[in-house]
Design a protein. Sequence first.
Length: 348
Amino acid sequence: MSARSRAPESAEQPESPAAADPGAKAPGQRSGPDDRSLKQIAWQRLRRDKVAMVSGIVVVLLILAAALAPLLTKWFGYPPTQFHQELIDPVRRVPYVDPDNPGLGTDPWGAMSSDHLLGVEPTTGRDLFSRIVYGGQISLIVAFLATLVCVALGTVMGIIAGYAGGWIDTLISRAMDIFLAFPLMLFAIALVGVVPDGLFGLEGNGLRIGVIVFIIGFFNWPYIARIVRGQTLALREREFVEASRSLGASTGHILVREILPNLVTPIIVYATLLIPTNILFEAALSFLGVGINPPTPSWGKMLSEAVPLYQQAPYFIIVPGLAIFVTVLAFNLFGDGLRDAFDPKTSD
């Protein structure tokens, strides 16, 4: 056999990294879909959801408008409690088309102008733009604070019930049933109307906001508590929890460091969907006259004041109604997008 004959089969050939380790990647090779973290996968799904992204942008703009209400009012309007009776026809109670020339008649659509972007209110002549902006500030403050109270209570009660089990779980679950059967709206109407000024050092609208936040947060916690309880029941049997328990970790460590981080996603998604519900609840209370006291702007109160004037000034009921509609719709669509993005069953 010649020297050029093939080498013995036992001779070792250099192996490529891919052959030595099937999971290894060649130099310059990009990470595949399986190398992405949960946050990256969720963000990529959310970016592909155009409706959720647009809704998220609207939510951010609404929050910025509420936070910058004093500046926006200074730049584009007038103080929300400033009256402009000279702009209003004393007979029809709606704005003039041109206040400098009353002979031109009145404008049932608010006489919008560069001075009053959304026109003025009938009867009072207050700037509608500034009242919408400040009304959004009140609605978002109440909604966010109430959601924070609700999420905090629901998370604590749900995680304790799900992890402890036994009589503790039974006791908390029965408390959930009682709270869920409570007539929340009727209780809110009764309580807000009888709470005296000066309670806990609060009075006026500060007290009203505090009572509304307490009612919404304290009586709505069972909804999120049930979600957290169900997730905790599944997580407490997982291997990482068993490993921590076998290593002697305390119950507090397991709840805070092992289970709670895995509950952040459903909590955030539920909180996003709860905020618009709280906005509607505050608007309903103000519409019924037991929410924010005038002259502080409130979308619900503006709707209530617009009802008797809807024929003379239809825009006065459309503008605050549209503000509520857009805000609630944006939060709901953004919450739906978050839920789909974090859902492990959603295909990429």
